[in-house]
Ligand binder design. Sequence first.
Ligand code: GTP
Ligand code: SPV
Ligand code: MN
Length: 641
Amino acid sequence: MIYKGLTLFKDGYGLALRTAQYNYRLYQRALSVHYGNAALLTPSVKSYVEECVQLCQPDKIHICDGSAKESQMLQTHMLQQGTIIPLPKYENCWLARTNPADVARVESKTFICTANKEETVPVTNEGTPGALGNWISKKDMQKAIQERFPSSMAGRTMYVIPFSMGPIGSPLSKIGIEVTDSPYVVESMKIMTRAGTKVLEQLQTGDGQFVKCLHSVGKPKNGVIEQPSWPCDPERTIILHTPDNNEIVSYGSGYGGNSLLGKKCFALRIGSTIAKREGWLAEHMLILGITNPKGEKIYIAAAFPSACGKTNLAMLTPTLPGYKVECVGDDIAWMKFDSNGDLRAINPENGFFGVAPGTSMATNPNAMKTIFRNSLFTNVAHTSDEGVYWEGMEEENIKSVNVTDWLGKPWNKSNGKPAAHPNSRFCTPAAQCPIIDPAWEDPAGVPISAILFGGRRPAGVPLVYEARSWAHGVFIGAAMRSEATAAAEHKGKVIMHDPFAMRPFFGYNFGNYLSHWLSMEKRGRVPKIFHVNWFRKGADGKFLWPGFGENSRVLDWIFRRVKGEECYQASAIGNLPSQNALITQGLQEAIKLDELFNLPKDFWEQEVIEIEKYFKTQVGDFLPTQVAQELAGLKDRVSKM
Ligand code: GTP
Ligand code: SPV
Ligand code: MN
């Protein structure tokens, strides 16, 4: 065994495995690299792979080249394992069914590891459990790794995925190496990121830096894998991040943000810590370009919590005549001021991992035109004509076929359960989107003129309002709340705080994050900030606003505000559209505008109390004075309503 020369080196950092013999080399033959070219790995990538091999003891090593031939090979392998089902109704599409215990991100098992707890989370004296991330000590992280990873890949292939977040070579992009034992993860990462040999070449010519991402679907302690087609270890799932050395370690889950480590783990958690150090922003935001009837174009970024409408807004089909929306990204934005003081954003991703239920020709035709080629569906329902189905999809699709639900059981509407899991998703190449923005891969990014915050607020919060200033906008982001969704393990429809839609994704102390946001005003021209709410409900429990394409009416008002039109009126909570400023001509149904924009005093008094309590118990002394002043200002204005 050629790894005899490696010793465990417990320095308390990350994996804490270091090669003792520096002259040690990863030889293709000796390591049984059965696919790919180990000679392309830089010395630091080689030593990282060696550490992972030493720890996880895989049978084989596969260095991903990103090719179509490789995809065919992995698809064949996954077909044999029963992990995927072909969908010949479409072109190169596949369906995966996970273990029913592995269907969403697990926020409670996600940790950030720093020397001091305060680096990761605000520590307050209130005795309330922290809800702004979980901290783990270096010692406990080591323990967690040592309890789970040794030999976790025995009998399996270890895939090494070189990937770039952002266009390869862009000054805003960053590289990662994900080591995983899941071929499903490989195929998903090849859609969601730029992955393969070209990234290894970039590593050789660039600064050689990369984020270390180790992932194993794991093996349960008792050795029993319940569903061999989807191995996982839900009971011991853990997702660990060490910002100090740009390292991610994820065990036990094969799904979504738990396993596609470029996404939430890298682009947001590690990304936000890099962004803090380097003076930019890594955010849970879509990016869209919008052109008005005069032919003027601006770009907008929007932060809504998981399953609250980012993909839909990013691909919006405007109902307002003369408007055009183009999509840059649907989930993550990396934003940095350029030398002219403009805030420029890139979408670090290469694909969409979008919520399937609710996606239809009526709600999001652009998504429907994107997803039926070269796509991987997970936990949606299967039809007997070898296609897919989910709640909200046009029902004619299932008129003359039988439906099998996401669990593999026969399904019909009368059995009362959803056919597709509420967090079922499509994974599809962004380049296939018919309205992908011409500048979506511009290495310089696109200039951002407005930032939107929003969430699911069934009561009290109007359709749209504008922040009074940058600091007020930062406060609005900090005070964001939204109804819980199926994207994580939360139960029920409780209204949760989700500041900046980042609560599950902060890589460092939220108080310091707020200071960082406030500091942007000194770095360049800051965009205008708005809050939107498509989800307000009337007394009948129905949405007051039709949403989707009609949201273009709200974007039109925002556009005009960006251009400086005086189409607003001040209110206690911020600027609202002035009378008749929101274009309503052509709306299919009569809209109860009064209800949609009403600001009930008792609601806002309660909201202020709730925000105050949240800041006190969750952020404590880490709350920047400016944000506290904004809260005091709101409280004062609400008292005079
Ligand atoms: P993540 O991928 O989890 O980050 O979610 P997301 O923010 O991209 O949410 P997405 O656009 O996938 O929407 C989630 C759900 O909200 C879907 O079921 C949509 O149909 C629904 N939705 C999106 N936009 C609207 C809207 O304007 N009005 C209403 N009523 N529902 C919407
Ligand atoms: C989200 O939950 O915000 C997602 C899906 O975009 S996941 O990739 O699983 O994080
Ligand atoms: Mn998301």
